[in-house]
Design a protein. Structure first.
Length: 572
């Protein structure tokens, strides 16, 4: 009894000591914060009073805030009242009042990049490639992009007049439109491929994304598909809860999807499924690439950890951080990274270490030596610290230098504009192909265009010349060097023909989008998309699907680092 009393007393002393230390630490932190704010306030006061020129208080404060937040991570950001609409569009909802176009600025001109199907711009026959020169008789020359974009937007039901120059038509066109509520869906395409494989393209995880996926899935299920492809490529993420709901469409209730761990108990949650799934047995493939991030990685990582889906494509981006927004005075807010998230196996896929930056502020990737192995539900080995690695890796397509040049200099875009203005209609996306004669017309179109670019061979020759000159040997190889340069130059002129298959596909896709919009562009890619072809192969080969999910042979370990891996298997 005495020993218990002594032990109890010791515990009380220890507890009081812990509280005292915690209070002291809190007091020190509070003092440092108070001290820093007082210094900041005094500094601003002295600058405002004494600086030789007038200063803009709002701009100065915003610059200071942004500099402070940039020292943390790129996802923690301040949003002033003036940027609230853009913030809502990026992170919450895709609804806005406007005419339904995207525009790009080129050489001081404002061109329609795309008209969205079913909205005022498309209904009034505003086309990609049209140049908008005036809005409500206000000339756009010299105006910044943000100003023009804002002028096109406005409350639903309000009217505006556009003055448009269309290539091939001498006189400007007048377009009178009435703004509408523009909604860019999270699901940009859904349907069947080859009448037997369901396909859902999910572009973002904003409001109602799970509901859109559910609606698309229900429609596909009525057609009794042999499997489903959920395409999350280039999907940068969005709302975490939407990701949980989407996973719930394919797995049973009370299944852990993701765990969020923050600095405080209030910021730590475990998200589980609650509803009965719509398709618990439907063979499933998830497509990802290097631009699939955040909520996309939660869906892909969870379904991989649960051995519910085969993941195909390339390694995902590696964003394992959770943000939450907090309201600030004067209708502003701050978006703060409040936690890291962990997939069902226990791994965090965050690939960049923002806590331990180099002295110059450079952010480094998680070291291979710190990467830990985890186990999926069925015992396959997966790894943390570097995104979600696909079960089946597909080497990404790489464009030739000439194809990249034609894209970046917008020659393919401009030729598609010319083609559309000369052809009222084309066959459907799955049927249309650019004939040899039409491709020859494109080659002729390029005959007087400046599309100069540097090939890899030319780069190597330039390196050779530099090195030979440095070693004082250029004169010895000058004749051979000149002969090679001439041969490369002659060969380069044939690149439009040498890379014809690749360039023709790009042309076809752009031309189809002028008649059948984004859906047509998607449908046209089905026959040439290597990721989709691989997904179809897996879904139609039940033995392969089962072998991957059970971890047979080479599928037992997914994405193990090749060099420097020393971490042991996790005991969790």
């Amino acid at each position: 009894m005495l020993s218990l009393k002594k032990h109890s007393k010791t515990l009380r002393i220890s507890a009081f000591s812990g509280i005292a230390l915690l209070s002291l630490a809190f007091s020190d932190a509070y003092f440092e914060a108070s001290k820093s704010l007082e210094i900041f306030n005094s500094l601003y006061k002295e600058i405002n009073i004494n600086y030789v020129d007038d200063i803009n208080p709002s701009e100065m404060m915003e610059t200071g805030i942004e500099a402070m937040l940039q020292s943390m991570d790129p996802y923690t950001e301040y949003v002033p009242e003036s940027n609230m609409e853009d913030y809502r569009m990026r992170y919450v909802s895709t609804q806005y009042g406007g005419i339904g176009t995207s525009i790009h600025q080129r050489d001081g001109k404002f061109l329609v990049a795309e008209a969205f199907e079913g909205f005022p711009a498309q209904k009034s026959d505003l086309r990609a490639g049209d140049e908008i020169t005036a809005i409500n008789d206000i000339q756009l020359k010299g105006k910044p992009y943000e100003s023009v974009s804002s002028m096109l937007k406005g409350p639903r039901g309000t009217s505006l007049k556009l003055t448009v120059i269309r290539p091939g038509i001498k006189e400007p066109l007048q377009k009178n439109l009435v703004r509408d509520e523009i909604t860019q869906p999270n699901v940009s395409y859904s349907g069947l491929i080859n009448n037997n494989i369901g396909y859902i393209k999910l572009d973002k995880f904003l409001e109602k994304s799970a509901s859109e996926v559910e609606t698309s899935l229900l429609s596909i299920l009525k057609q009794k598909p042999e499997g489903l492809i959920l395409d999350l490529r280039s999907n940068g993420g969005g709302i975490l809860q939407e990701a949980v709901k989407i996973v719930n469409l394919f797995v049973d209730p009370n299944t852990i999807v993701v765990t969020q761990k923050g600095k405080t108990k209030e910021k730590s949650f475990t998200y589980k499924t609650y509803n009965k799934p719509l398709a618990p047995k439907l063979p499933l493939v998830i497509l990802i690439n290097g631009r699939s991030a955040s909520a996309s990685e939660i869906v892909a990582g969870a379904l991989q950890d649960l051995d519910r889906a085969v993941v195909i494509g390339q390694r995902s981006y590696g964003k394992g951080l959770v943000q939450q927004s907090f309201n600030l005075p004067y209708n502003s807010l701050v978006k703060v990274t409040v936690a890291k998230y962990y997939t069902p196996s226990g791994r965090c896929i965050q690939s960049l270490d923002y806590t331990h930056k180099k002295e110059n502020g450079q952010v480094v990737k998680i070291a291979d030596s710190l990467i830990t192995a985890y186990q999926t539900k069925g015992g396959r080995t997966v790894y943390d610290g570097s995104g979600v690695y696909p079960d089946k890796f597909i080497t990404p397509a790489k464009y030739s230098p000439i194809a990249l040049t034609l894209l970046t200099k917008r020659f393919i875009f401009d030729y598609a504009t010319l083609f559309r203005n000369n052809h009222d209609e084309i066959p459907k996306p799955g049927i249309f192909t650019l004939s040899d004669e039409e491709y020859s017309n494109f080659v002729n179109y390029m005959s007087d265009k400046d599309y100069n670019y540097l090939t890899k061979t030319e780069k190597l020759l330039d390196d050779l010349k530099t090195e030979a000159d440095r070693e004082k040997k250029l004169s010895e190889i000058q004749n051979e060097y000149n002969a090679l340069k001439t041969k490369v130059s002659v060969s380069k002129k044939n690149d439009l023909l040498q890379f014809k298959p690749e360039i023709r596909l790009l042309l076809q896709n752009e031309i189809i989008s002028r008649y059948y919009f984004q859906n047509g562009r998607t449908e046209n890619s089905f026959s040439s998309d290597k990721d989709i072809q691989s997904a179809k192969e897996v879904l139609l080969n039940k033995n392969m699907l089962t072998s991957i999910l059970k971890g047979n042979g080479t599928f037992s370990s997914i994405g193990k680092p090749v060099h420097g891996f020393t971490a042991s298997l996790s005991e969790d």
